[in-house]
Design a protein around this ligand. Structure first.
Ligand SMILES: Cc1cc2nc3c(=O)[nH]c(=O)nc-3n(C[C@H](O)[C@H](O)[C@H](O)COP(=O)(O)OP(=O)(O)OC[C@H]3O[C@@H](n4cnc5c(N)ncnc54)[C@H](O)[C@@H]3O)c2cc1C
Length: 448
């Protein structure tokens, strides 16, 4: 590859903090807020114009159940529950069903403002429209990160760093061991679409199966849901961009364009084969919804068995009940594996759902699973924690842990662990899991 030489230059140190969080989805925001509430000086860097990640910039508006699969035991609290309560005051959240597969529909525009408020109240220093670009090391230790925004390049010095960029940009550039799964879960361009009443009851899934190819749409599987406070407007996640790795800039660009093309094609199909009624594009995401890119190797790799058999960890920092949910990479379709031993495989819309079992029936089933603190600790660099979809996990485990109610808790644990590392002047890997769990519980998390 041809190269050019960029001359070195002095970079101003624009901020100094105890903790610097890179990436501002709820994962990153919750990490920042939990550390700041304990007294750390925190800065958070986000490349978009708002916080919230896939939930806001990507339009994805469902948070799953806070209970175990039997709805007897509350397993999730902390900032997820607090934000739900705050949104309830503005009628910006609606509890839908008692199912681990859906629970809370959010108005994610309101979520954007709620996350701003949460950060401001906690005195976290926010930096939007700012892209993390490079690490700065002194004697092998991460001392600062370089960011770039309208004001140019600047360095942020901190004692501890949390990588919550989804793609693990910091860990990757630090040269940490990482991998990209063979069957990456494909991205989706979501869209908010206004539908007249007649179109609302149109069986568009059947039309997609029968006539989708006329619009360049493959047989696929998707879903739609309502948005609280916006009657007749639906959040559609109908299609996938197959075979794309969105951690590669050119593939990300192609995926954005193809995803938006798919949204238009879907609407054109509705226009042609649905009843004559109003259909308008209300909102496109400011980023394609990325399900999976690279994973960073950590002290613990979560296995599908950990999830499906509900393994209990002494250093558990999060609990979940959402099933294993894997969107197939190259063939359209999705596989769900449930904690009760059943499974559902949907190849595509027209083939329907094939129900069965992934294991024999047993007398009792686990009702939730756990994530250990070790999964957030990388092998290298003692002042870096990772959280979010970059976690080290087998495909089946990733299919379950990737949902937001799970990753929100991981963010909170990273924030509290970072504070404890600072407080004790310890490597992040030496933080006592007992103390971590105690402090998480004190701050409202449900620790089991
Ligand atoms: C289409 C789709 C539908 C889904 N449906 C659901 C659902 O219904 N419910 C559910 O709970 N989960 C769902 N998921 C999964 C879930 O949304 C994601 O797994 C989760 O949001 C990932 O969280 P994250 O914090 O790791 O990453 P992200 O949400 O991607 O956040 C990463 C953040 O870091 C920022 N960032 C990245 N790189 C940089 C950088 N270099 N500098 C600065 N900032 C950076 C990004 O802008 C972003 O804000 C869905 C995912 C997709 C894509």
């Amino acid at each position: 590859m041809q190269t050019i030489f960029e001359p070195g230059k002095d970079i101003p140190v624009i901020e100094e903090a105890d903790l610097c969080v890179l990436g501002g989805s709820c994962t990153g925001v919750f990490a920042a807020v939990r550390a700041a509430r304990l007294g750390a000086k925190v800065i958070i860097v986000e490349k978009q114009n708002c916080f919230g990640g896939v939930a806001t910039s990507g339009l994805v508006n469902i948070w799953h159940s806070l209970y175990d699969t039997e709805f007897k035991q509350r397993i999730i609290g902390g900032l997820t529950a607090e934000v739900i309560e705050r949104l309830e005051k503005r009628a910006a959240v609606q509890n839908t069903t008692n199912s681990p597969s859906s629970a809370f529909n959010l108005n994610t525009e309101e979520l954007k403002i709620e996350l701003d408020t949460l950060l401001t109240e906690s005195k976290v220093k926010p930096l939007l429209h700012s892209f993390y670009v490079a690490p700065y090391l002194e004697e092998g230790r991460l001392e600062a990160v370089i960011i770039e925004n309208k004001s140019g390049r600047g360095a942020i010095k901190a004692k501890v760093f949390i990588d919550a960029t989804g793609d693990g940009d910091l860990c990757y550039q630090l040269g940490m061991d990482h991998y990209t799964a063979q069957g990456l879960q494909p991205p989706t361009t979501c869209a908010k679409i206004y539908l007249g009443e007649q179109l609302q009851s149109f069986d568009y899934r059947k039309a997609l199966s029968k006539q989708g190819s006329e619009f360049g749409l493959r047989e696929d599987w998707g879903w739609r849901t309502f948005v609280p406070g916006l009657p007749n407007t639906f959040m559609h996640a109908e299609t996938h961009v197959f075979g794309a790795n969105c951690a590669i800039a050119t593939q990300l660009t192609d995926s954005e364009i193809e995803g938006r093309r798919q949204v238009r094609a879907f609407m054109d199909l509705m226009r042609k084969y649905g009843p004559q009624d109003t259909i308008s594009l209300a909102a496109l995401p400011s980023t394609i919804g990325i399900r999976e890119t690279r994973h960073i190797k950590a002290r613990y790799r979560l296995t599908e068995n950990d999830i499906l058999t509900g393994v209990r960890f002494p250093d558990a920092i999060a609990n979940g009940s959402y099933p294993v949910d894997v969107h197939h990479q190259n063939s359209s379709g999705i596989t769900f594996k449930y904690l009760d031993g059943t499974q559902a495989v949907i190849d595509h819309r027209s083939s329907g759902t094939k129900r069965g079992r992934w294991r024999e029936e047993s007398e009792s089933n686990p009702t939730f699973y756990q994530l250990p603190y070790r999964a957030l600790v990388p092998h290298e660099f003692d002042n870096v924690l990772l959280c979010g979809r970059m976690l080290d996990a087998e495909a089946g485990a990733f299919g379950a842990i990737r949902v937001m109610v799970n990753l929100n808790q991981v963010g909170e644990a990273a924030g509290v662990a970072a504070y404890l590392a600072l407080d004790g002047a310890l490597p992040v890997g030496d933080v006592s899991s007992e103390l971590l769990r105690k402090n998480l519980a004190k701050g409202g998390s449900i620790i089991i």
